[in-house]
Design a protein around this ligand. Structure first.
Ligand SMILES: [Zn+2]
Ligand SMILES: [Zn+2]
Length: 107
């Protein structure tokens, strides 16, 4: 993926689950889930590739800790069951709701 297309993905969006206006990420990574309810959309086959045609909502089901990457929230697609760990957003505008993050079970 080119730098250009990656930048194009780092835009604000309206959450498909809670309908919140989600601002673009400002910590240098693009945002792939809602910071307010933590739900995501199934748009990637591999993290960041935007190659999936599924486009269904992905539910946050738990947390994992990966060496070198810290905590990640695991999303499970409500349509196809695809599971995908995603990095948490801890800095910048609208970081992930930590209370919500901590309410998730460790997997
Ligand atoms: Zn949301
Ligand atoms: Zn899916």
């Amino acid at each position: 993926m080119s730098v250009r297309s990656r930048r194009a993905e780092n835009t604000g969006f309206v959450c498909g689950h809670c309908a919140a206006d989600v601002p673009a990420n400002t910590d240098g990574h693009y945002r792939n889930h809602c910071p307010f309810c933590l739900w995501s959309l199934h748009v990637d086959d591999l993290p960041g590739d935007r190659a999936s045609d599924c486009r269904a909502l992905m539910e946050p089901v738990g947390l994992v800790e990966k060496s070198g990457k810290g905590w990640q929230v695991v999303h499970r697609c409500t349509a196809c069951g695809h599971r995908q760990p995603n990095r948490l957003v801890r800095d910048g505008d609208a970081p992930d709701d930590l209370d919500l993050v901590l309410s998730l079970p460790w997997l």
